[in-house]
Design a protein around this ligand. Structure first.
Ligand code: NDP
Ligand SMILES: CC(C)=CCC[C@@H](C)[C@H]1CC[C@H]2C3=C(CC[C@]12C)[C@@]1(C)CCC(=O)C[C@@H]1CC3
Length: 382
């Protein structure tokens, strides 16, 4: 019969050996050699990680950066969207523990970046994937001996559709979340943070980005361009002065890796949530205009009162609920989208700066330029 050693038990063995063979005198060279070999082994195993949701927008950027930093990466996702040397793909549903266990063999660090798209309105799907699925991910991590779990949560877990200015992590979770996505992201974050247990050897942290944008984003720029092409990007909701955080994808990746590398039993970040943004709040409508103009479309010019647009969106939403047995129509102007476009929602990153030395690596202007350049097929007239 064979004995399977997980990275977790190897780390314990390593600590034990270090205690019984203290490397104090110069006469103990042989032991020093053994210890340094074990240290190298431990460092090697801590560079083996898995990215759940690694085929998605953020996940793929994360995988590329991890490879560049010398990590060996397993991707677990419901779909495979690319191939890369150094990456092993495991296609499966994260609600399937057996499938996860195969992907987590020998892995000491897990990044959980999977979620159904926020635009979906499927309550059962969000509950199954974000809540039950995350529970399964945590179980599988414990069984596989994973030592660290980094969750991609969302700053929206505290957003209720009213202004948030320089919001800190100690704001309470939204009592009335704006949609099922946010409702289940709240439960997901709670589950992951509660699972942090130094005794059991599982350390967890949650990163809360906001408004991620960048090359290959399937949401923000495509929705914007689609709206512009249909001639609906002429209006500014409210007076246009509302400040919002948009976060270039490389900064989110930087925050995720920084948190993983800072996650140690003695670190203050264990079991906590951290806002990761560009730390440059910008007027929502200036950001939208910069992207639109960069791609050759006109910037929105005419102001509409916020309450009027919100009221109309609410009415449309109620109508869609009432009429859904007869006609299936999904309004683009949902109350949630109107709130995102017309209210302040920007967050403080001071906790991440203090506890893990976070600093954005790409400024907003540069991020916008790189994003615009990456969408030649969405340019006006293309
Ligand atoms: N984009 C943003 O602005 C923000 C995103 N976040 C969070 O960041 C994370 C990544 O987001 P983003 O990259 O934009 O999203 P994507 O939709 O691009 O990536 C998520 C990936 O997870 C996959 N997935 C969905 N369900 C399952 C499942 N049951 N099992 C395995 N894989 C699954 C998706 O596949 P498929 O596409 O087929 O569904 C997709 O490949 C998410 O947790 C999101 O909540 C937080 C704040 C802002
Ligand atoms: C900061 C943050 C959380 C951004 C979220 C991204 C999306 C929710 C936005 C990206 C494009 C936006 C958009 C609108 C709403 C919010 C977005 C979908 C409108 C539909 C708002 C009403 C309009 O006038 C048109 C807008 C198109 C772009």
């Amino acid at each position: 019969s064979s004995v399977r050693l997980s990275p977790n038990s190897l780390a314990t063995l390593f600590r034990f050996l270090k205690e019984i063979f203290p490397v104090s005198s110069s006469s103990n060279r042989r032991n020093a050699f053994r210890i340094s070999s074990l240290e190298s082994f431990s460092a090697w195993s801590s560079k083996r990680c898995a990215v759940i949701g690694g085929s998605g927008f953020l996940g793929r950027h994360l995988v590329e950066k991890l490879l560049g930093k010398g990590y060996t990466v397993s991707v677990f996702d419901i779909r495979q969207s690319y191939e890369l040397p150094g990456v092993t793909f495991h296609q499966g549903d994260l609600c399937d523990k057996q499938a996860l266990l195969t992907a987590l063999q020998g892995v000491s660090l897990v990044f959980h970046c999977a979620s159904p798209a926020p635009a979906s309105d499927d309550k059962a799907l969000f509950q199954r994937v974000n809540i039950q699925g995350t529970h399964t991910v945590l179980q599988a991590c414990t069984e596989a001996g994973v030592q660290k779990v980094v969750l991609t949560s969302s700053a929206s877990v505290v957003f209720e559709g009213t202004d948030i200015k320089d919001g800190r992590e100690d704001l309470p979770y939204a009592k009335k979340p704006i949609d099922y996505y946010t409702e289940t992201k709240i439960e997901q974050e709670k589950l992951v943070l509660k699972a942090c247990d130094k005794e059991k050897g599982l350390l967890t942290v949650a990163i809360r980005p906001h408004g991620i944008f960048g090359p290959r984003d399937p949401q923000l720029v495509p929705i914007l361009v689609d709206t512009a092409r249909r001639g609906n990007m002429k209006f500014i909701i409210g007076d246009g002065s509302n400040l919002v955080d948009f976060t270039f994808v490389d900064n989110v990746v930087h925050g995720l890796i920084l948190s993983a590398e800072s996650l140690r039993p003695e670190s203050p970040i264990c079991g906590k949530a951290y806002h990761i943004t560009n730390d440059e709040p910008v007027r929502f409508w200036d950001f939208m205009s910069d992207i639109l103009v960069g791609l050759g479309y006109a910037a929105p010019r005419y102001n509409l009162p916020y309450t009027l647009v919100y009221g109309l969106a609410l009415l449309l939403w109620l109508l869609s609920l009432l009429l859904c047995p007869l006609v299936a129509f999904k309004p683009t102007f949902t109350p949630m989208r109107v709130a995102l476009a017309g209210k302040h929602h920007f967050y403080s990153c001071s906790r991440a700066k203090q506890d893990m030395g976070y600093k954005p690596v790409v400024g907003l202007k540069d991020g916008i330029r790189r994003t615009v350049e990456s969408y030649p097929h969405l340019r006006h007239g293309a």
